[in-house]
Design a binder for this molecule. Structure first.
Ligand code: GTP
Ligand code: MG
Length: 181
């Protein structure tokens, strides 16, 4: 936290966006930071990041760093490096491909094994059922059950294409991080 004049606060938060390849992580980050969407799939290699500055309230400015981790990295050894210093994470699956939902458990385990806050607790996580604009292969009940069983407190059906719940999901995480300080 940087305290500037008159008690204004400025934060730098690193958020992770993780999940299988092709689920829409890059598309969500691009939608959120640039307001754009492209239907072309350009695979992410390693990791990418984008920044967005939020005037959260008149006293609080947040520099949000979104780390977009390549789906293929789950099979690599680099996630530990990419996860370092993250304070929140969005776990993303493609609601039209059930296999990407099945992978959530592995991503979550990888995350919880490698990242913790200074007090040892886990970082806040939100689950995103992306591509809700196309056919649905995973039910709300399955998603809610997974969240209950894995202590994930919120999930959203999102669409990077139609800009559904993208901002809401990020705000949820920012709120969580701020309220824990
Ligand atoms: P990796 O970089 O390989 O890990 O994949 P990714 O998760 O970053 O996927 P990416 O954002 O590149 O999206 C993959 C494909 O899905 C692209 O063709 C996107 O245009 C498409 N896509 C992403 N989000 C949505 C969405 O909400 N709706 C629809 N219909 N298509 C989407
Ligand atoms: Mg990508």
């Amino acid at each position: 936290v940087v305290l500037s004049n008159f008690g204004h606060k400025e934060h730098l938060f690193k958020f992770l966006v993780i999940g299988d390849y092709g689920v829409g992580k890059t598309a969500l980050v691009r939608r959120y930071t640039e307001g754009k969407f492209s239907s072309n799939y350009k695979i992410t290699i390693g990791a990418d990041f984008a920044i967005k500055t939020l005037d959260w309230d008149p006293q609080t400015k947040i520099n949000l760093q979104l780390w977009d981790i390549a789906g293929h990295e789950r099979f690599g050894y680099m996630t530990r490096v990419y996860y370092k210093y993250a304070v929140a994470a969005a776990l993303v699956f493609d609601i039209s491909r059930a296999a990407t939902f099945q992978s959530m458990k592995k991503w979550l385990n990888d995350l919880r094994e490698k990242v913790a806050l200074p007090d040892g607790s886990g970082i806040p996580v939100v689950l995103l059922a992306n591509k809700c604009d196309i056919s649905v292969a995973v039910t709300d009940e399955q998603i809610s059950k997974f969240c209950r069983e894995n202590k994930i407190h919120a999930w959203y059906a999102t669409s990077a294409k139609n800009n559904t719940n993208v901002e809401t999901a990020i705000r949820y995480l920012v709120d969580k991080v701020l309220s824990s300080r």
